[in-house]
Ligand binder design. Structure first.
Ligand SMILES: CCCC(=O)SCCNC(=O)CCNC(=O)[C@H](O)C(C)(C)COP(=O)(O)OP(=O)(O)OC[C@H]1O[C@@H](n2cnc3c(N)ncnc32)[C@H](O)[C@@H]1OP(=O)(O)O
Length: 252
């Protein structure tokens, strides 16, 4: 199984359980995220958390060993639009979700974290929109989400265009990381939500609903789907296929 969902004390935890492949997203992880979203709909759920198993990686994005067989724009768009809908639902459903970034979060992994309400990141971990290294752009709506949530235009353009992973302190400075931590991730998580948990659960949901109003405009989902389409166009091009082949064969 590529994921695990647990529920404890009003908190639903989603973990990608593929540490051997840096918690890359395959079709089973996508199904898991869809199940996680359904669980968040339950009235007794007050917070959600997404993390990766192990202490090295949160998520390394799409599983290139699976997706390298995806060659055409149409095939690529089928995957990207599905992930875009998942991220849109994650961002706009009422339960606050924390990305507990226990390690590297790159490519689609950084997009998943961007769709969460908070990013709690281990101090020495690195994260970034590294899609440009593969001659593609973000394909799951992450850039549109960050802009709509208010990230500064120039910081976002630099982050996505340079395609370099950054450490937590650098990402905190540009407004992507909410807080950083050292030590045990679950202790850091408990500490992070401690005060919020003392308020009535309807408070956090109500504020999320108020603050996500701009995301709920139909135009935002359309823009995210356009982002998925732009990525799919680049996906079909030779520079992308060459970059993926280079990554997969780099140890030969
Ligand atoms: C629109 C969405 C687009 C996307 O998300 S595209 C995917 C973007 N992600 C990437 O390009 C990630 C590439 N991975 C890396 O840079 C590195 O593997 C990473 C995560 C920094 C870890 O580096 P290291 O600690 O040196 O580990 P390593 O490279 O030896 O990796 C161990 C095994 O995991 C594999 N792996 C890591 N990330 C993967 C991925 N996303 N898809 C498929 N396989 C992946 C890697 O190939 C290696 O496999 P093996 O042991 O050589 O068989």
């Amino acid at each position: 199984m590529s994921f695990r969902i647990d529920q404890l004390d009003g908190i639903v935890q989603f973990q990608i359980t593929r540490p051997h492949i840096h918690n890359a997203v395959n079709f089973e992880v996508m199904e898991g995220l869809e199940l996680f979203l359904k669980r968040l709909d339950q009235p007794d759920v007050h917070f959600g958390v997404i993390t990766g198993e192990g202490n090295k990686t949160f998520c390394s994005g799409g599983d290139l060993s699976v997706f390298h067989s995806v060659r055409t724009e149409q095939e690529a768009y089928a995957i990207h639009q599905r992930m875009t809908h998942i991220l849109y639902r994650l961002a706009t459903q009422p339960v606050p979700v924390i990305a507990l970034i226990n390690g590297t979060a790159i490519g689609g992994g950084a997009e998943i974290a961007s769709a969460c309400d908070y990013r709690l990141m281990r101090k020495d971990a690195k994260a970034g929109f590294i899609q440009g290294r593969l001659a593609i752009t973000s394909g799951w709506g992450g850039t549109t989400l960050l802009q709509t949530k208010g990230m500064a235009y120039d910081k976002l353009l630099k982050l996505t265009t340079e395609a370099e992973p950054l450490v937590a302190a650098e990402l905190e400075e540009i407004g992507w990381v909410t807080e950083s931590f050292e030590g045990d991730k679950w202790a850091a998580f408990a500490d992070f939500i401690h005060k919020m948990k003392t308020r009535h659960p309807s408070v956090a949901k109500a504020y999320k609903s108020i603050l996500t109003a701009p995301l709920k405009e139909r135009a935002i989902l359309d823009r995210m789907l356009e982002e998925a389409r732009v990525c799919s166009v680049l996906w079909e091009q030779q520079p992308h296929h060459d970059a993926v082949a280079h990554f997969l064969n780099r140890k030969n």
